[in-house]
Design a protein around this ligand. Sequence first.
Ligand SMILES: [Zn+2]
Length: 123
Amino acid sequence: MTAPFVPNHAQRRNRVMPYAHVKRHLFEILMQREHGCCIWCRRRVIREAPTPGLPYPRNLATLDRVIPGAQGGTYEITNLVLACNGCNHDRGDAPALAYAARRGVVLPDEVMVALAARTEVAA
Ligand SMILES: [Zn+2]
């Protein structure tokens, strides 16, 4: 008999970051899906290692979780969009649909389908 799974704090809050090689793979998929541009401002993003001691550049590519981590959002590809560091910070934990409407952005189909499915479960 196996012990029941008791999630620790990080697991409950979904704050576990994917391994570096998984992250690299997620970035590759998103860079292709979004044509190397931030979903929110449509400006080109860069995939360079930030310079130590300097703040992250505004156009640095980030994984932006559609449902934020604080609300249990995961790093599944359907819960991710490619965002520049500036837009990711600007959005914060704002709901994706409201933020998308404010920015005049249409989210990718697979993201919308997953979001609808999750909302149905929650409702
Ligand atoms: Zn942006």
